[in-house]
Design a protein around this ligand. Structure first.
Ligand code: BDR
Ligand code: CA
Length: 343
């Protein structure tokens, strides 16, 4: 089983990413942590519960996290995802926030990673008594079995590493939707939304998470679009999940089809599910077929460039840690994963 923790600002593409992971029986989502971003953190929590209800997976624990960035106030993604983040589609049967776990998202991230230690060095998997084994033989245990997928602003992750600096070293992998490689913004002139919404948090994460880090950046997602005909077939499947997705996706699909948005999306004329690429890579790393590996950071002070990702191709930042920046992926595999998600 692949064990994932997922940190989201649940808009429509976050919902698609969660459903993509749930569509693969080899994946176990250990928890979903919520962060401000596409909408308020309260709406994000509601949206995650709605997605889990649609997938009959309400047993997955959901935790509320940061309601604003580390500095300043939240920025808005406009009305792209609708005011409520899920296309403002009425839903009388939406589960209540009483289903949220009381623990906050940051402490849940740290705890769940600790509760899922890696393999004993001789290859034997730790069972239910892992904590006992860990405290008795700490040196016999490698990192955790958990990979973290982040598809919103990185506020919760930044707070988590400040609370527990050993957290990144325990992660199997970190998969992020965020940042940009060609200084093309989708929110500010040079800023991709998730990084621009909390540049300080993105800075902390890119500098302090020294674990295998995979970035799915804005331009790459635009270049990896799928045709709208695929989207029609995807939503046209005869299932409750497909009907749920068609309902919440209607608003942003109409927005995305507008000519005015095509320029902002680098000429994209098709369907982009931004957050699903990072999730697909976490679910099956063979989905990634070409990457660049460079040290990365984030601009914090520029007049126009605050929130823009820096790719240090010259090695001038003298950082030893390099992130894997996704360049090409297996789109046929992606289509299969998306189709399975709504079956
Ligand atoms: C990112 O911003 C959000 O609107 C999407 O959910 C995605 O995570 C794209 O820049
Ligand atoms: Ca998102």
């Amino acid at each position: 089983n692949k064990k994932l923790l997922v940190d989201v600002d649940c808009g429509v593409d976050d919902a698609q990413a969660i459903m993509l992971a749930l569509g693969d029986p080899s994946v176990q989502i250990l928890g979903i942590t919520c962060v401000h971003g596409n909408t308020t953190v309260e709406n994000v929590c509601k949206n995650v519960l709605r997605v889990l209800q649609a997938c009959r997976k309400l047993e997955i624990p959901v935790f509320k996290g940061a309601d604003k960035p580390i500095l300043g106030t939240s920025i808005s993604m406009g009305n792209f995802h609708g005011q409520d983040g899920l296309g403002d589609a009425p839903d009388a049967s939406a589960p209540g926030l009483d289903l949220l776990h009381r623990e906050n998202a940051v402490s849940a991230l740290i705890r769940i990673v600790d509760e899922n230690p890696g393999e004993v060095k001789d290859g034997e998997e730790l069972g239910a008594n892992c904590i006992t084994v860990l405290s008795a033989y700490p040196e016999s245990v490698s990192a955790s079995q958990v990979s973290l997928v982040a598809t919103g602003p990185l506020t919760n992750l930044a707070l988590a590493v400040r609370m527990d600096p050993s957290l990144p070293g325990k992660l199997k992998g970190l998969y992020i939707m965020g940042g940009n490689t060609e200084s093309r913004g989708n929110t500010t002139v040079c800023g991709e939304f998730n990084f621009a919404a909390d540049p300080e948090a993105a800075f902390v994460v890119l500098n302090d998470y020294q674990c295998p880090t995979h970035l799915s950046c804005w331009e790459f997602t635009c270049y990896s679009q799928l045709p709208w005909e695929f989207c029609d077939a995807w939503l046209g499947q005869d299932s409750d999940k497909a009907r749920f997705m068609a309902k919440i996706f209607h608003h942003s699909m109409e927005e995305a089809k507008k000519e005015s948005l095509q320029d902002a999306c680098l000429g994209c004329t098709g369907f982009i599910s931004c957050d699903s690429y990072a999730m697909a890579a976490a679910v099956d790393e063979s989905f990634i077929t070409e990457t660049d590996r460079y040290p990365v950071s984030v601009e914090l002070t520029g007049t126009y460039t605050r929130g823009m990702m820096i790719v240090d191709t010259l090695g001038l930042l003298k950082k030893t840690h390099k992130a894997s920046i996704m360049k090409k992926v297996d789109l046929e595999k992606f289509k299969k994963m998306l189709m399975a998600a709504l079956k």
